[in-house]
Ligand binder design. Sequence first.
Ligand code: HEM
Ligand SMILES: [Cu+2]
Length: 570
Amino acid sequence: MFGFSTYEYDDDGFRECNVTGLTIHKSAEDMVKLYGLTAILALAIGGVFALAVAMTRWELVGLLSAGDFYTYLSVHAWNLLIFWMVFMEIAILYVGGPFVLGRRLSLPSVAKVGWVIMAAGAVLVNAAILLTEYPNQAPLLTSYVPLPSSWQFYLGATVFVLGAIVAAVPFLATLWNHQQEHPSETLPLVTFGAFITSVVALEALLGGLITYVPTLLWRVGYFESLDPAFYRQMYWIIGHGSQQINLLAMITVWYFLTHVVGGAVVASQKVSRAAFVLYLFFINMGAAHHLMSDPVVSAGWRMWNTSYAAYGAVVASMIHAFAIPAGLEVGRRAKGKAGGLFGWLWSSPWDDPGFSATILSIILFGFLGGITGVMMGQMQLNMTWHNTLATVGHFHATVATGTTLAFMGLGYYVLRLVFGRDWSFGPLARIQPFLYGGAMGLTVLMMMYTGILFGVPRRHPSVMDIPGTAFSFSPAKPFFVVFGVAAILSILGGALFVVVALASLLFGEPFEGGPVGDVRRTAADGGEGKAAHAYSMRGTFTLCLVFLGAFVTLWALNWYLLSTIWQIGP
Ligand code: HEM
Ligand SMILES: [Cu+2]
């Protein structure tokens, strides 16, 4: 497809990848290319709008008028959080299913139809937002009822959701056919992770239909009104659910890339699989954290869903956060690539952007996104985060930094192993994950500081003069300078990825194959024939203690800050 690829197939359409050892069929490969490239296009569009949005919030520049700000913010959010992520996730399903199982993609024409529907939905959403005219309003990400967004927007959103459901069908059919032929085989871990992702995705997408179809009917006049409380609850099934898809897909990519590039093994299949199953049962309840400040749902309901129940999902995250670095440590110790506490880490292939993007994704997601998510998902602390720029900081740490970096890392390997192209501008490709991750880390911290320390609200075109507020935000000004510069750098970092990807496709040298990173893809387990869990994991354990220390410190600090604004007693 597209004629960019350098690989040849046998008469049945199969070829063997000499890096991963996977048997890959053209039907699946073509679709990975199609969905992957579409995702990168959405990333580029969203990134351009990011620049305008960030340069408006940096009031020194103050780029956009109030009216335009909401239009640009909506285009930014939909292209990045929805189109970049979901097109990439369908590609990940096709990697995790047919690629890993060594099969052709079942129902390949359904995959094409799915793409056409999704692309039509995406174009319609973008057009509807950009052409919004008063009294219609730009929807932002959430299009909360009774905000009147155009019916074309809701139609586009519905079409896109339907398209994503159609696109998931070939993946599920591939798994179904595989199980029919090999009823007693267990799915490989990456396929298992992709399967759980698809189940969570279908739940989320059904939530999307329950949200967008009634709203569309309201906008075309069929319903007189829609209950905002109903909308918010239903909306967050997809709004939060799609973040869970992002999380699960990212974790699946973490397992895949640390293995392919760093030589990681799975320390314990059972433990990692159990963690995926925990997500399946508990992660949806986290959706209630978006309703923390909503008066309609009872305090008991909020607390049960966001504390007790959601901790089932937090435990799962903690397990993966241990298992993935531990797998890397064990894999590298087994291959003699480690000495001392952290030798396995220092000796890793940091100059490989697939590897550095993955590790930066893990670290930044965990420390910046994960810790803040658990804090702001807690009822009392939520009060200091709700609707401030700190919330935006949180989700830029998770999706915009963590997931985006992981998907970029995967993108580098799609270029090599699927398109058969080596990276153009090699030195730039090597620094790209560090530039993007470093600058985004700083951008995110500034959003959090200005939100938590000064209460700067989210979704507001002006910063220092906000109607209805009696106090001054001006002490936040110096932080916005850092924010503005870091935002420009991170957008440059993102643009660099797009440039390297396109240049590699068009002008890249053929990728010669052979082992990548510094490990040979022969035996999956240790050279000495020891079981994976028999190797020391003390480096990972130490890292976990550092994480715990950071967690406790930030938790205590947030409670302290809350206590300074919330007087108890006389
Ligand atoms: C490339 C660097 C990026 C920068 C500098 C950036 C900056 C911003 C800024 C300043 C806002 C507006 C905050 C407000 O006023 O409320 C925003 C909103 C948002 N961004 Fe980004 N962003 C970036 C990348 C991303 C990525 C990669 C994603 C998703 C994967 C993303 C998803 C969102 C979403 C969902 C919103 C909220 C929209 C809403 O409130 O409805 N951003 N971003
Ligand atoms: Cu959520």
